[in-house]
Design a protein around this ligand. Structure first.
Ligand SMILES: [Zn+2]
Length: 130
């Protein structure tokens, strides 16, 4: 059975971040449907399941890959925001700032008052309040 499935999936696209996102979105929508019983959300859930399966079993791998790249590019700012928030919450002794000149991200200690920072990339020096 497993072998048969492996053979079936050969040359097909499979799962990616976009499909993972669609799965989570669907779970949320299903919960919403249970509470609201809105017909159009139910239809949307079905459409998403069909779309997801179509992508997973698709043989047009380059096209699906392209879709996923577009999705990743579109959601990059959101994902960056969450990574930063998580990191800042974990790392209370440091904060992250951007170099005034080249926008390179720099890590500086917190609660040290006004300090002089030298960018490790462009060597530009500037003061920051920490
Ligand atoms: Zn710099």
């Amino acid at each position: 059975m497993k072998e048969k499935f492996m053979k079936f999936m050969q040359g097909r696209y499979g799962a990616d971040q976009l499909n993972m996102f669609l799965s989570y979105l669907n779970l949320i929508l299903i919960v919403v449907t249970v509470f609201t019983r809105l017909q159009w959300i139910y239809s949307l859930v079905l459409a998403l399941i069909i779309f997801q399966n179509f992508r997973m079993f698709s043989r047009n791998i380059s096209k699906r890959y392209e879709e996923n790249q577009k999705f990743l590019k579109l959601t990059a700012p959101i994902r960056r925001f969450f990574t930063r928030t998580k990191r800042n919450a974990k790392d209370k002794d440091y904060k992250y700032i951007k170099c005034e000149k080249c926008k390179q991200e720099l890590r500086v200690p917190t609660k040290k008052g006004k300090i002089k920072v030298t960018c490790k990339k462009c060597k530009h020096s500037f003061q920051v309040r920490t």
